[in-house]
Design a protein around this ligand. Sequence first.
Ligand code: SF4
Length: 468
Amino acid sequence: MLRPHKNCHQKMRARQIDYREWHHLFRQIPEELVESTRYYRHLNDAEWSKYLFPPSTHAVYGNRLLRKLKFDNSLASLRLWGFAMSEGERLYRARQSGYRVIAEMGDLGAVTPLVHSFPDTISFYPDCLWWTPFLMESHVLFNEAAEFGLGEDCCFVRAAIGGYSKRAYFPKPDLNIGVTGATCDDMAAVMSEIALSGDEIHWFELPHRSEDNFQYSKKFLAGEHKKLCNKMEELTGVKFSESRFNDVVDKVNRLRSLIKECKELTAADGLNPIGGIEMMNVEFSALSYYADLDECLSVIEDFRDMLKARVNAKEGYTGQDIKIIWVTPAADPILINYLEELGGRIAGSEYVINQVTSRIRKDCSPFEALAEAQLQGSLMGSSAFRAQLVLDEIERTKADGAIISGIFGSSHCPFETSIIIKAVREKGLPVLAFDTAQPGKVKLQSQIYNRMQAFMESIRISRSRYAG
Ligand code: SF4
């Protein structure tokens, strides 16, 4: 396959462009490259598996917000966007091709290596439908969730029950895995409604991470992975294989280290080398590999190469010089563009997915290794643990401030907002916290923009005072 970043197109100066410009630039991409950029390559390059398209194509398919976003102008980024946006289609293609499709809910990435170690099995996170109403500028999924009693006092993850009910966003899963125990009340409410509606769920219990008795938490969690393994054996009729598992772990560890490298490159001194939305797509690839681990590795490797080349050449976007740590992922990605428009860059993040960042060990039992990695999770222990993750990101990136995007009415991660604010302020850094507005709430959206503007101005003023 041609490597997109090697293409002559890459000689263009790094900048952010809109969907119209991508539409024109796309004509310069050689047809051979478009033809060869495919997922599920082992299915002999099935005609339907192409995924390199301009954002305008995804907008036509209903993701209307793309008409308003800013995109990085590299081919590696375009490939990443195409790969992430084709996940829904890929789940249906997987089903057509005889794969088992597993829905994982609530743990965001911790059980995926185990699930993927069974042959012809892929997984996805219905939780991730939370940004679909924003991307589609549509209330369909939220309205459907409201039919189940989940309204504006529940996190945007309620879109997941809308997806189950509509039966049009992903194929009916062969197995639903739902996390219970030390998990979020909002997601727990969503999963309970899914179960009450008749979709059977294999419950996976998450212990509270006991800092005093880490070994107990680890042993308990390893037992939950073993139970899930038994369930997968029963579902697939295939015995768990340690060698297949180790192959998957090698790839997952490789993916995690590529993502880490991308994060380090993003925080490098000098010009901002990449957009925050692209980096969010990179970080979220660690959850379920956008349902194709091999291709995901290739996409992220390509992206890393592009980033590295830019940083080495001191290339990047001009006018984005204030380093910000973004805490809790933005369900509405346009908020990230607002920050960039105001001169900010996302240098680091705490997107509640710390459970998919550490290397999975291979020198102990698979279940113990999975449990140990999972116990690094952002949300399964004290709030102080998560606040420390944010402080670590600030220190690593030498950030100028932090932004926390919350979710009105939600229980878990937003509950920690005041604790994180206090911790960041004690370090002497400014922090801005707001609730993300629902799609279509234009007045609230402009209030957020105004608050961000004031926040960025205050950072600039205190910087110039300090410099003076
Ligand atoms: S409130 Fe936070 S932890 Fe809970 S489902 Fe929403 S984003 Fe996840």
